[in-house]
Design a protein around this ligand. Structure first.
Ligand code: TYD
Ligand code: MG
Length: 455
């Protein structure tokens, strides 16, 4: 007879415990544990023998590997993030906030895959077939090879995949489908894990490429895609400011390619369009006259360098302890740079509020942005400007020394393409380069005197 078992599961990280806890001991989230009930079959353990797979392990040297087959999505930004297209038989998770454009990009991708003679089965668990048809019309997708299946039951989906035998399956979304084998509701950690597991088995056993959509949730009411990350082959986050039109695809995990690649799209009335030259997009919002507290850096996101503006605002604080607010850069990194500026450059920030912002809504995580952040803060504090034709590249050490960065030539090429005339670079990266005026610097203080002028 089946008995009911109850457990508490963290919707953020999947941590399980027997009783309720206010804070998850694994990921530290508050109020993220929800109760899930499960029917456990009380079968005799001897009868479990039938579940044992009698396959033997193989010697590594004897294992034959098939050729990795990639399918192009015809969307070059998407292909680049995937490492050159979708790998056949792989499972990819596309995660992002609701309304960011996940269904749109995957419907467009489905349309393009059909043009490459692939049979695509789009499982729509959130929208009806007619809603999808309307969206497809808006995106100008008209294909004989695209099957739409509005369904939420995993068992029906599995049966349909076996019957249709498509090349690619899109599941929109993993939180809306459910398996009869699990008693908890759709969107719970157990449900999405089970559904992902079954989809993974289908992908591997039938060599079908599976694309799964997962909503990122902040309130914790439905389980987030975090709990699936370790199961799938590729994890792609769809990010961006919902209030601005551009979106960024960022690969966080890729078993078949580079991570930290970004692809940039812009949302139009007829769908997402690739942005071939993102620097224009990020820099055209920049003020044309030089202002204190602005520095242009060249960050290297994946294989492509990006020019972005760092802005800083420094002012006397009205609070007992000064505020440090950052947007797009890591706060602790900024705190470290501020400490170096105080100690090695003599800039007194102890009574000053400091705000640092990366324009364009993008996140800059690499240390090569340090020097740009330091110069933005220093110029604002001293009311001077960085020459607007200059790009700043370099990592700052705790003694105020400038460390080298990778891919310097690629970054400089990008600065030249965007019309910059001068580059402040780490001394250790010094190269012969004629197209731009290069200023190699050893210390933070040298960088400040090399590129700063009075307003
Ligand atoms: P959608 O793909 O439905 O988001 P998700 O699946 O991630 O929840 O995108 C929703 C938003 O995109 C919606 O606010 C409308 C907008 N949109 C456009 O601006 N142009 C378009 O062509 C389409 C299809 C959507
Ligand atoms: Mg959607």
């Amino acid at each position: 007879m089946a008995k009911v078992k109850s457990k508490w599961v963290c919707t953020e990280c999947g941590y399980e415990t027997a009783g309720y806890l206010g804070k998850c001991p694994e990921c530290g989230s508050w109020g993220s544990l929800v109760e899930e009930t499960q029917f456990v079959s009380s079968k005799d353990s001897k009868t479990q023998d039938e579940f044992i797979n009698r396959e033997k392990p193989e010697l590594l040297k004897d294992i034959q590997i098939g050729e990795e087959v990639r399918v192009s999505t015809n969307i070059s930004e998407f292909d680049r993030i995937l490492g050159g297209g979708l790998v056949q038989g792989s499972i990819t998770l596309i995660a992002g906030d609701p309304g960011i454009g996940k269904s749109t990009i995957l419907l467009q991708t489905s349309g393009e895959l059909c043009k490459n003679n692939k049979k695509v089965l789009y499982i729509s668990a959130e929208e009806s077939a007619s809603q999808l048809k309307l969206r497809a019309q808006r995106l100008d997708i008209n294909s004989d090879n695209l099957y739409i299946y509005p369904q939420t039951s995993l068992e029906s989906i599995k049966a349909q995949i076996e019957e249709t035998l498509p090349d690619v399956v899109v599941v929109d979304s993993i939180q809306a489908i459910y398996s009869q084998n699990i008693s908890s509701s759709a969107g719970s950690v157990s449900q999405i894990r089970e559904c992902c597991n079954i989809l993974m088995q289908i992908a591997k056993s039938k060599n079908i490429t599976v694309l799964v959509i997962g909503h990122v949730t902040k309130d914790g009411s439905i389980a987030g895609p975090k709990v699936l990350e370790h199961m799938v082959d590729t994890v792609i986050y769809f990010e961006g400011d919902k209030y601005k039109s551009y979106r960024m695809l960022r690969s966080m995990k890729n078993r078949f390619g580079n991570t930290s690649e970004v692809g940039i799209f812009e949302m139009h009335s007829n769908g997402l369009q690739e942005v071939k030259n993102p620097n224009e997009l990020f820099l055209n919002e920049r003020s044309q006259v030089a202002v204190p507290g602005s520095a242009i850096i060249v960050t290297n996101e994946g294989t492509r360098p990006l020019l972005v503006e760092i802005q800083a605002l420094v002012g006397t604080t009205p609070y007992p302890s000064p505020r440090r607010v950052t947007n797009g850069v890591d706060t602790s990194r900024v705190l470290q740079i501020l400490a170096v500026l105080e100690k090695r450059v003599g800039l007194n920030l102890s009574k000053q509020d400091v705000y640092v912002n990366v324009t364009g809504g993008i996140d800059v995580s690499e240390p090569a942005a340090d020097l740009g952040i330091a110069l933005a803060v220093a110029t604002c504090a001293r009311d001077v400007v960085v020459d607007p034709q200059t790009v700043i590249i370099g990592e700052i050490g705790l003694s105020g020394e400038i460390h080298p960065v990778n891919n310097i030539e690629k970054r400089l090429n990008e600065a030249v393409t965007s019309g910059f005339k001068k580059a402040i670079i780490p001394f250790a990266n010094k190269i012969d380069y004629e197209k731009i005026d290069i200023v190699p610097v050893k210390r933070l203080i040298d960088a400040i005197s090399a590129c700063v002028s009075k307003v």
